[in-house]
Design a protein around this ligand. Structure first.
Ligand SMILES: [Zn+2]
Length: 357
């Protein structure tokens, strides 16, 4: 509160009030803009920070540390028994989520198969890739990460908590799945360091936005595998993981092209699912969020997530962006979204990561 009695504006109290009002409105607007569009990235940022990893130079990739899974310092220490019960409970809950996601992906695949004829073979393969990646990972017996945590706890007791054990995966197409522990409307997030897709317990197979968000994050798992396959020396593997290992207070990092690709695919899938209506609405400049909310069965608290996808669609279709060529306005739009959220953006050039100014 301003308590300055010598305020030069005292003779015009109304003006001063108005100014304040305007300032308040401006700040509220700024805040709204900042919060606009999911805090999907914010959530992911937290995951990046939670990571922390050292990779050995072995032939097998050692993925992630267990630091994320250990009880937080703020919570009272759990006994090994109650920790095990906690993991068992989460294992069951995740299995029920996985059943729903499996179901949603089967029906997404079926629906898309009937509609893919309208696009080129190349685009078809690109749009199916995340679905294929998800299917491949169904064979991963370590898919439910809690089962690994439980057996590690059983085998190593307290030791499994004190010294993080690295997870070994022989097939880079595989990734781990865990629950999102925080209360959030975000359906999924991908943590590259531990190659873990985090799923929200409230995933609804009838909510197409939920499915699209998981699709987007699986695309990140696929991209991550592609990068890792290209890293041929222990040094480069180490560099890749330290890229994502940002300390507290440091800005999160993203690979710009990966977000562009994932969002573009998400938009293209949504266009197919709506039989081209998305593209048409984007051209007309009439993307009615209420219509899409209803059509996709989106929850009220997910409207901002939906809005982001619709904004992306508008740019994609009005800029003639395709999987072969990203219009500069689309690239700028995406990069700006992440800059607004305080991310550093990087580009991949010859398997090297370079900061985008
Ligand atoms: Zn993303």
């Amino acid at each position: 509160m301003d308590s300055n009695s010598e305020n030069p504006n005292k003779q015009q109290p109304l003006t001063r009030k108005e100014l304040r009002q305007l300032e308040l409105q401006r700040r509220q607007q700024e805040n709204r803009e900042r919060q606009k569009l999911i805090s999907r990235r914010e959530f992911l940022k937290k995951l990046f920070v939670a990571g922390g990893v050292l990779l050995g130079g072995g032939i097998v990739w050692q993925i992630g540390s267990r630091r994320e899974e250990q009880p937080r310092p703020a919570t009272p220490p759990l006994s090994l028994d109650s920790l095990k019960r906690d993991y068992q409970d989460k294992e069951l809950r995740l299995n029920s989520v996985l059943e729903r996601v499996d179901q949603a992906f089967v029906s997404l695949e079926e629906t898309l198969h009937g509609k893919l004829q309208s696009i080129s073979e190349e685009d078809r393969a690109a749009l199916m890739a995340p679905i294929e990646t998800y299917k491949v990972n169904k064979k991963n017996i370590q898919r439910n990460k809690y089962s690994i945590l439980i057996s590690d706890l059983e085998a190593r007791g307290e030791g499994s908590l004190r010294s993080p054990t690295e997870l070994h995966i022989t097939d880079l197409n595989y990734f781990f799945i865990q629950l999102i522990e925080d209360k959030t409307n975000v359906a999924a997030a991908f943590a590259p360091i531990s190659r873990t897709v985090h799923l929200n317990g409230r995933f609804d197979p009838n909510n197409l936005l939920d499915a699209l968000v998981v699709y987007h994050e699986i695309e990140h798992a696929r991209q991550d595998a592609q990068v890792r396959m290209g890293l041929d020396t222990p040094q480069r593997k180490l560099e890749y993981n330290s890229f994502y290992t940002t300390g507290p207070g440091q800005r999160g990092r993203i690979i710009g092209a990966f977000e562009q690709e994932a969002y573009l695919k998400e938009v293209m899938v949504l266009d197919l699912l709506t039989d081209g209506r998305l593209r048409e609405d984007a051209y007309k400049g009439k993307l009615d969020i209420d219509f899409y909310q209803q059509r996709l069965n989106v929850q009220q608290d997910q409207r901002e997530i939906l809005r982001f996808v619709l904004d992306g669609a508008r740019i994609v279709y009005t800029s003639d962006t395709s999987l072969k060529s990203y219009a500069p306005s689309f690239v700028n739009f995406m990069n700006q979204q992440y800059k607004n959220r305080d991310f550093e953006i990087y580009a991949v050039n010859n398997n090297r990561l370079e900061r985008v100014p």
